[in-house]
Design a protein around this ligand. Structure first.
Ligand SMILES: [Zn+2]
Length: 150
């Protein structure tokens, strides 16, 4: 499917140096639609929706947001740390959404898996079903995410 002008503009904002230094696409050459629909199919196999994952991510980020130093344990099995830095980032879809710069690291002690996401990732997953391109710094593999979040 050919990209629309709107998609091309969004893609341009996702390139390295536009909104973030490393960008959102990594080495992925697929169109945004192709990236998103592949991940949606993956989610279907996993039996989860993007909204469910994003809500769960927000739950952990929110729980650890005000612990400025160190980690907290949530619900017995999850070790969470959120590092908040100065500044804000706009959503590359350019609808006016602005997000704080915060990085959350979650470790699931039941299966010893860890995953790291940014505050913007939560929004991108929830509202755009976008897990970032393959090879991107903050690319989140749906299967890995499910394994660690539950
Ligand atoms: Zn957005």
């Amino acid at each position: 499917m050919k990209e629309t002008t709107k998609e091309q503009r969004t893609r341009a904002r996702m390139m390295p140096g536009a909104i973030t230094l490393s960008g959102f696409l990594g080495k992925d050459k697929r169109t945004l639609n192709a990236i998103i629909s592949a991940d949606e199919q993956e989610l279907e196999k996993l039996g989860k929706t993007a909204e469910e994952l994003a809500d769960r991510m927000f739950y952990f980020t929110d729980a650890s947001f005000s612990t400025y130093d160190g980690t907290i344990t949530v619900d017995e099995y999850y070790i969470v740390e959120t590092e908040v830095t100065r500044g804000k980032l706009p959503c590359p879809y350019a609808h006016g959404g602005i997000f704080r710069k915060a990085i959350t690291k979650l470790t699931n002690t039941k299966n010893n898996t860890s995953v790291t996401w940014s505050f913007l990732n939560i929004h991108l997953i929830k509202d755009h079903h976008f897990f970032e391109g393959k090879g991107s710094t903050f690319r989140l593999e749906p299967a890995k995410l499910v394994e660690t979040l539950y």
